[in-house]
Design a protein. Sequence first.
Length: 339
Amino acid sequence: MLLKIIVQTIQILLLLIPLALPARTITDMAKRKVEIPDKLERILPYDFKTNLLLFPFAGNRMIAKAISLRESLTADDYRYIHPEWKKMKEIDCRNIEEVLKMKPQAIVVGSFVDDGSAIETYEAFARKAHIPLIVVDLELMNLDKTMLFLGELLDKPDEAKACADFLRKVLNETAKMTATPARRRVYMANGSNGLRTAPNTSNHAELFEKMRLENVARSALNAQGFAEVSIEQIMQWNPEYIFCVGKGETNPYRAIYKSALWRTIAATRQKQVYFVPTEPFLWFDMPPSINRIPGLIWFSQLFYGVSEDAAKEKIRTFYRLFYRYELTDKDWQNLFKWS
């Protein structure tokens, strides 16, 4: 038994040897000093949301992708992204043994940089694994800066600049148009009955906040950042727009239109209940990463007078840059179909 423990300890130490020689110190986007190798060739995302930040230009330096926590993902979810995504090895990046087997030089995590408790969790994992941790900013309006930071980190400045320039233009246009708020009353509906929502205090509702829309849900958060509400509450709030979020049966789009109770609400009466596209990743909040940008552009069309053609072209450009995929007209139509 003692011999077995000694052998296992030696194996772990051998895995750590390539990581023990940092060559430079950087300041990450949470203003943390981090020692990393001079040339990063092997990086791992900490979680699924970070996958999306790295994928556009990390190439084979991203040695695996973090497993999704969404149990309902199918092959259809990955139709509108480069085939390399599907081929990339998928591991549980929160499992130290799996991480060490991949021999990464650093772990990258996307986080809201003012969320100290989350960063402490990431740091605890990295310390236990003896792997440098690099935090990048997940805040929607800072994603252009995140792209530039990653481009410098991975020595991909040109690819990063193309992504950052696109994002900066979209974000600047958003800030300008929302200077005069639309102030429409909106509600995010999730779950088979639509009674699960992201209230105004939730990070999951950030898209509403940035587009200066009035999130009618004022409810206490659960541990996941959502709230369970009643149909009576929604009737009282009487939203003008409802956005249905979720995949398959977890999306309440059809159920809302079939329900006599939901038909009393302004959004349903005025046929302003929308299915939020989910492929390859949800446009609204899950994961809370770069996938929210098409939602931001779509909302500019719905609430701020941007033409459908202009919004469509921007979203196509987004898919080309970040998912490395050319959306066809048929793809565009399929995105908005309940499935």
